[in-house]
Design a protein around this ligand. Structure first.
Ligand SMILES: Cc1cc2nc3c(=O)[nH]c(=O)nc-3n(C[C@H](O)[C@H](O)[C@H](O)COP(=O)(O)O)c2cc1C
Ligand SMILES: C=C(O[C@@H]1CC(C(=O)O)=C[C@@H](OP(=O)(O)O)[C@H]1O)C(=O)O
Length: 377
C-alpha cells in the first residue's frame, strides 16, 4: 500500500507530490503523466490561467532509468504564473501585495478558512484551497494508472451533464469514450457537446458559472478489492471518500445509486451467471461493480456531481471581513465551468484508490512479486 501527499500554493513556485510505498521495478512513462496533466488543462469553460500554464512533472526522486526504485517518488510541477506573482508569493521577501483580499466568495473556502486560521488576508486561504492542487493528484494517479495497466485495469471518464444539458445515454462502450478523448468536453454525443458548450458560453456572458456531472468507468478490476469485514475497508467507501476530496465535488454515486432507490429489488439486483471460459458474470451492472464493499469483477461505475464554480464575474453579495459591511465578492480570474477538468481528476483519483486496494490484496515490494501473487490468485 502506498500513501500520497500534495503541497503547494496556486501562485507559489510550484506544486509538489510525494508517493511513498510504491513498489519497485514499475516502468514509468513520464510523457504519459504529462499527457494526463495536459488533459486536465483542457475543456471548454476554463479561464485565462490555463493559457499561462503548461503542466509538466519534473521527477525529483524515486525513479531511475525509467523504473521505480521502491523509494519515495517525488516531483515538482512548476507554476508558470509564479513569475507574475513572485513579489507577493515569494516565501522570504514579502512585498506589500496587491491589496489584501477581504471580500470572501460565497461557495469558496474564503471566509471559514480565514476564520479558522486567523488570517486578515483571504489570499492565504485561496492559494491552497484552489483546485490548482488537483494537478498533483492527476500526476500521482497517472503513476498509479501505469501500474494498473500492467494488470489490464484501466480508467476512463466522460462528462454526462453541464448545467441543465445532460447526456441521457449511458456510455457502456469504453472504446467510444476513448475516441471521444480528443473532444473538448469529452462527451460522446456531438450534438449534446455543442449544446453543452453553448450553455457554458451563455453562463460566461451572464457573468455566471456552471457545474455538472461526470461518470468514471474502471475496467478489468478483479473481484475482491476492498472488503465487507470492516466499514472503513469497503471499496465504495474508499472511492467516495477520495472523490469527495476533489474541490467542488458534492455528490458521488455508485452504479445507478439514486435510480435504484426508486425501483423494486427484482429490477435492481444483477443476476449471477457462470460459464466455464468466463467464470462468474452478470448481464447487468446496476450495482456499478461493487457489492458488499468489494469489487465484483464487473466494470466499476461512479458518477460525480460538481457544483457551479464559486467565483462569479457578476459577484454575489458578501461581507467585508475588515468593515463587516455588505460588499460584492472578490473576483480576480476564474473558470466558468471546469467539469471536463474535474472528470480527468476524478479518473486519476479513482484509479489511485484501485491501485492502493490492488496492492493491499496482491501487494509486495517489487512488480515481479506482485505479478507472481496476482497470477497465483
Ligand atoms: C478543476 C477545477 C477547477 C476549478 N476552478 C475554479 C475557479 O476557477 N474558480 C473558483 O472559484 N473555483 C474553482 N473550482 C472550485 C473551487 O476550488 C472549490 O469550489 C473551492 O475550493 C471550495 O471547495 P468546495 O467546493 O469543495 O466546498 C475548481 C474546481 C476544480 C475541480
Ligand atoms: C490553476 C488552476 O485552477 C484554478 C482553480 C481555482 C480555484 O479557486 O479552485 C481558481 C483559478 O485560479 P486563478 O485565479 O489562478 O486562475 C483556476 O485557474 C488549475 O486547475 O491548474
Amino acid at each position: 500500500m502506498f500513501r500520497l501527499i500534495t503541497a503547494g500554493e496556486s501562485h507559489g513556485k510550484g506544486l509538489v507530490g510525494v508517493l511513498e510505498g510504491f513498489p519497485s521495478n514499475v516502468a514509468i512513462d513520464i510523457e504519459a503523466i504529462n499527457k494526463d496533466l495536459a488533459r486536465r488543462q483542457k475543456g471548454y469553460g476554463r479561464g485565462g490561467r490555463m493559457k499561462i500554464e503548461k503542466d509538466q512533472v519534473e521527477i525529483l526522486s524515486g525513479i531511475r532509468g525509467g523504473k521505480t526504485l521502491g523509494s519515495p517518488i517525488s516531483f515538482l510541477i512548476e507554476n508558470k504564473d509564479y513569475a507574475n506573482w513572485e513579489a507577493y508569493m515569494n516565501p522570504v521577501a514579502i512585498e506589500e501585495g496587491p491589496r489584501r483580499v477581504t471580500e470572501p466568495r460565497p461557495g469558496h473556502a474564503d471566509l471559514t478558512g480565514a476564520m479558522k486560521y486567523g488570517f486578515k488576508d483571504i489570499r492565504n486561504v485561496l492559494e491552497r484551497s484552489s483546485a490548482r492542487e488537483t494537478a498533483v493528484r492527476v500526476a500521482l494517479g497517472s503513476i498509479a494508472a501505469q501500474l494498473m495497466k500492467v494488470f489490464n485495469i484501466e480508467v476512463v471518464s466522460h462528462v454526462t451533464a453541464i448545467g441543465k444539458t445532460s447526456l441521457e445515454e449511458r456510455i457502456e462502450a469504453i472504446e467510444k469514450i476513448k475516441l471521444a478523448e480528443a473532444s473538448e468536453v469529452r462527451c460522446c454525443d456531438a450534438a449534446k457537446e455543442t449544446a453543452m458548450i453553448e450553455e457554458i458560453k451563455k453562463a460566461k456572458e451572464e457573468g455566471d458559472s456552471l457545474g455538472g456531472i461526470f461518470e468514471i468507468h474502471i475496467t478489468g478490476a478483479p473481484a475482491g478489492l476492498g472488503s465487507y469485514v470492516q466499514w472503513d475497508r469497503k471499496l465504495d467507501a474508499k472511492l467516495t471518500y477520495a472523490l469527495m476530496g476533489i474541490q467542488a465535488i458534492k455528490a458521488v454515486e455508485i452504479g445507478y445509486g439514486f435510480e435504484n432507490a426508486q425501483k423494486k429489488g427484482s429490477l435492481v439486483h444483477d443476476e449471477i451467471f457462470f460459464q466455464e471460459e468466463k467464470g462468474y458474470y452478470r448481464d447487468t451492472n446496476h450495482a456499478g461493480g461493487i457489492e458488499g464493499g468489494m469489487s465484483n469483477g464487473e466494470n466499476i461505475v461512479l458518477r460525480c456531481a460538481m457544483k457551479p464554480i464559486p467565483t462569479l464575474y457578476k459577484p454575489l453579495r458578501t461581507v467585508d471581513i475588515d468593515t463587516k459591511k455588505e460588499v460584492l465578492a472578490t473576483v480576480e480570474r476564474s473558470d466558468t465551468c471546469a467539469v471536463p477538468a474535474a472528470s480527468v481528476v476524478g479518473e486519476m483519483v479513482a484509479i489511485t484508490v484501485i491501485a492502493q486496494e490492488f496492492l493491499r490484496k496482491y501487494g509486495a515490494d517489487s512488480l515481479e512479486e506482485i505479478t507472481k501473487r496476482w497470477k497465483e490468485c
